[in-house]
Design a protein around this ligand. Sequence first.
Ligand code: TUI
Length: 314
Amino acid sequence: MIRTPICDLLGIQYPLFQGGMAWIADGELAAAVSNGGGLGSTSAMNAGGDYLREQIRIARNLTDKPIGVNIMLMSPHADEVARIVAEEHVPVVTTGAGNPSKYMKAWLQAGIKVIPVVASVGLAKLMERAGAAAVIAEGGESGGHVGELTTMVLTPQVCDAVTIPVLAAGGIADGRGVAAAFMLGAQGVQLGTRFLVATECNVHPTYKSKILKANDIATMTTGKRLGHPVRSLKTPFAREFLKAEYSSISDQELEEMGVGALRRAAVEGDEKRGSFLAGQVAGMIHKEQPAAEIITEIFQEAETVLATAGRWVK
Ligand code: TUI
C-alpha cells in the first residue's frame, strides 16, 4: 500500500490529485476521482460563480469525500470564485497560472488548505511563507499553461527549497511516473491528461479520441510571444497560431485568435478551430476507463515499480 503524509493531511486514500482542467473538470469528474480515493477537483475557470456553486453541489451530491476547486488565476472570474470557495467551505483550493498571494489570508481564515501550482523555486518558497499546505511542482511536459522547467529538474529543486509536502505534475500518466516522482522527493502527484479519458469525464468525445490516437510527438507549445505558453495537440489550428506568432500581426490580434479555442475543443469538439490542450503523456494513454480504475491501476503499477527499483543495486 502506498500512503504519504498528503493522504492524512487531506483525508484521502491515494496521494493523487486530478488536475483542474479548465472547461473540462466538472463536479462529476471531481466526484469520480474522489470516490476512487484521490482528490478530484472542479475547475473554476470557464464561468462565473453560479457555475462553480452548481459544480460544487453536483460533486457533493455524488460523494462525501473531500473535493477541491482549481482556480486559474488568469481567469476574469478569479476574484469572484476566490470569494465563493471561502463561502462554500471548500476543503482544498489549488491555483494555477499565477501567484495567489492576495487571496491567501482570506482562504486560510476560512480554513481552506491552499495548494498552489508552482513552476519555479521562487514561487514555491513564497507560497510556503504565505501558509500553503503543500505545493504542486508542475513541469512543462504538462498540458495547458506551462512553465519553462521540466518535472525532472523542477521537482527536486522545489523539494530542496521547502519543508511542506511537494506533489509532482507534468509527464505523469502511470505507475512508472508516480514511482519516479517519489524518487525525486515528491509525496504525491497530480495528473490531468490521463483523466481526460476517464469514463466520467464529460469532455467532447472527439477530444477523447484525439488523446487516444496521439503519439509521443503529438503536442506542441504556442503562445510564447504572449508570455503564457500553452501545450496542446498539434492540430491545424495550433500550427496556424504558431505561424501567426512569427508574423507581423499585433499581440491583440494574436490574443483574439485564441479566445474561445479551448471551449470550442472541449465543448464542441471543433477539430478545425479548437485548441486541444494535452500533456506530452498523451502518447501513453490507450483506453477510456473509469476514474477509480485509473487510480488503482496506477498505484498497483507504482508498487511493482518501487518494489523492483533496487534491482540494480548490488
Ligand atoms: O494553469 C495551469 N494550466 C492551465 S491554465 C489553462 S486555461 C488557459 N487557457 C488559455 C490560455 C492560457 C490558459 C490551461 N491550463 N497549470 C498550472 C501552472 N501554473 N502551470 C504553470 C504555472 C505557473 C506559471 C508561472 C504558476 C505561477 C507562475 O508564476 C506566477 C508568478 O507571478 O510568479
